[in-house]
Ligand binder design. Sequence first.
Ligand code: PMV
Length: 297
Amino acid sequence: MDGYGLAKIILIGEHSVVYGHPAIAIPFHSLRSEVVLTPNPTFMVESKYYNGPLDEATHDLRGIVALIRKIAKEYSNVPSVIVSIRSNIPEQSGLGSSASVAKAIIHAFDSHFQLGLDNSAYFDLLSISENIYHENASGIDATTVINERALLYQKPHMTPIKVNLDGYLVVFHSKTKSTTREAVMHVQAHPHRDIHINGLGSISANAQWALTNNNIDLLAAMFNASHSHLKALGISTPVLEELRDLILANGALGVKITGGGMGGSLIALFANEESATKAQKVLKDFPSWTINIRDIK
Ligand code: PMV
């Protein structure tokens, strides 16, 4: 393996982060992308969705194609290669699969050809594909997968956060997909956009306090308040609402959409491992992953 990229979870502040409000995100170590580079007479891509010449890659890969072309143009010591991509992050799930794959590609070129890229060069390259896949990307996904730590992000700055909370976070995948681009455009056109975006924006400070002062009940209340605003913005779906009700009925203290919404994933807070595992067992039809919040760095 030449390069990897982690998934990410937005704890609070998706959508409002696009409008300049602060948001909190963490790296998600359970899911990742990996890239291997093999010297070849021409540039090729190998992936789950497409295998063939870079120049003929499908529309879905347009962000990655632009990224690889940019690296080849910018760094003259980079020869043509086969870029083999593997990822176990469900795509269009709000878990940052596109940023993770792009980070893995940049990391692969950086480590294989000793490009000596710093975080700001990673961010600039990552923005090429993110801006193609997303409408008006805030940069939170890129910043989180590059820095691999819990952080508060307010365009364009990030501040590390020291998490101090007893509890468990469970990611539930709704088995429905969403495109972030569509969700962002939907919010942009919403008649009550500013009320809810400002409401969402004001939640981050309380959530940060709760996360760093071991107050799970406050964080859960902020999860629920945040979900209400996202729902009012039309970002939830009947499937997400049904799943959310089930998770709450099975012991979660707070549940919200994470990422773009309109499908994808929910995150749920549980007081302890036992209640988290119990809910996962009942809802075993939905893929889920548990994080001990004490392990979040
Ligand atoms: O759906 P994801 O995982 O790409 O997250 C998108 C987060 C948004 O705030 C909706 C968009 C952004 O660029 O910040």
